[in-house]
Design a protein around this ligand. Structure first.
Ligand code: PLP
Length: 233
């Protein structure tokens, strides 16, 4: 069901990103749009790419693999969903960033697989600020020890943090969670851990990306506002 074309949606989202950044006294170019294409066909990825959108986020290993094999445009893939260690191998070398690293054993497997390629994988550590049982993510009080442990791996580079706040009808409800992620990021940075550069904050989705940008997001993960509603999350 399309009321507007994908090109229109892209322009609208880009405009909203710019305005939110400017409102917060930030450069619009400091915020990157991750187009979350999960459940949507390859044709939509291609169409978005033709309209200049080259960064995509996927949640499911199988779906990412089949899309990556079909899309011809030079797109960049980020893995944003819950990741099982035994599936890391399948996305090794295919994605340029993993947003959802929430435990050391997963980081170790990423290190092992990327190491075989002689490359490093950029990752974000996912934090479950509200400690919701249904969501992945390290607890805030485990974050610092987890970052220190991961920082010792030679083929994994911690680039920042990611969070998914609880759902609110009013996007303002998410603001304290975004603010908390920024505070945690500043705290990790202040520890000056070797090899850790906290430059990215992945936060904000279709319903709340503007609030996230006001609170410092550098990567916003937008799906339905761009591609339309999905049958499932
Ligand atoms: C599906 C998903 C999104 C996009 O959600 P929308 O509300 O459709 O924008 C963002 N981040 C993650 C981790 C997701 O699973």
């Amino acid at each position: 069901m399309h009321i507007k074309s994908l090109a229109d949606n892209l322009n609208i989202i880009r405009e909203r990103i710019s305005r939110a950044a400017l409102r917060a006294g930030r450069e619009p170019s400091a915020v990157r749009l991750v187009a979350v294409s999960k459940t949507h066909p390859v044709a939509m990825v291609d169409e978005a790419a033709r309209n200049g959108q080259l960064l995509f986020g996927e949640n499911y290993v199988q779906e990412l693999m089949s899309k990556a094999a079909e899309v011809m445009a030079p797109v960049d893939w980020h893995f944003i969903g819950h990741l099982q260690s035994n599936k890391v191998k399948q996305i090794t070398g295919l994605v340029s960033m993993i947003h959802s690293v929430d435990r050391f054993s997963l980081a170790q497997e990423i290190d092992r697989q990327w190491g075989k390629l002689g490359r490093s994988c950029d990752i974000l550590v996912q934090v479950n600020i509200a400690r919701e049982k249904t969501k992945s993510g390290a607890a805030a009080d485990e974050l610092f020890s987890l970052v220190r442990e991961i920082a010792r791996l030679s083929h994994v580079r911690i680039r920042g943090l990611m969070t998914m706040p609880p759902f609110f009808d009013d996007p303002e409800g998410a603001r304290p969670y975004f603010r908390e992620l920024k505070r945690l990021a500043d705290k990790v940075s202040a520890q000056g851990i070797a090899g850790v550069a906290i430059e990215e904050l992945s936060m904000g989705m279709s319903g709340d990306f503007e609030v996230a940008i006001e609170e410092g997001a550098t990567l916003v993960r937008v799906g339905s506002a761009l591609f339309g509603e999905r049958d499932y999350r």
